[in-house]
Design a protein around this ligand. Structure first.
Ligand SMILES: [Zn+2]
Ligand SMILES: [Zn+2]
Length: 142
């Protein structure tokens, strides 16, 4: 049976559901993720866009990623909680704040990206793959 995943903001107004498990997981240390999430880094789970079913009202924050591609973060219109976003460079995928996923999601990232912008004091586990900028592969495509 397929597991359904659900992510929502703290107040519950904005939620997104996915019919399939994430295709990739990354820890992103870029400054935009720090700003938007309010955390020193973001645990991001990537789902296929066609599996998503979103509900609720969001404020879209449009930015240009470090690789020059447009990206959009979506935060709840009521509580401003960050729930998910899209990056043009990762067409067809939706990046979800893994810590907001239900059921509780066992996060096991394949790599840490944008470590060149890592917040002071953040330790990357020994042995983890690290990329100073965007990963040289497209998550979910092998
Ligand atoms: Zn909310
Ligand atoms: Zn980021």
């Amino acid at each position: 049976m397929n597991q359904t995943y659900r992510a929502q903001c703290p107040c519950g107004q904005l939620a997104v559901h996915f019919a399939e498990a994430p295709v990739a997981q990354l820890v992103c240390h870029c400054r935009d993720c720090q700003t938007v999430s309010g955390m020193p880094y973001s645990n991001v789970a990537f789902f296929k866009v066609e599996d998503q079913c979103a509900q609720g009202e969001f404020n879209a924050i449009n930015m240009t990623g470090g690789s020059g591609q447009a990206k959009q973060y979506r935060r709840c219109r009521q509580c401003d909680g960050f729930v998910y976003g899209t990056v043009d460079a990762l067409e067809g995928l939706v990046g979800v704040n893994a810590s907001s996923l239900k059921p509780p999601f066992e996060f096991s990232p394949m790599a840490h990206v944008w470590t060149s912008e890592k917040a002071a004091g953040v330790e990357i586990p020994a042995g983890a793959f690290q990329f100073p900028k965007a990963p040289p592969f497209r998550p979910g495509k092998g």
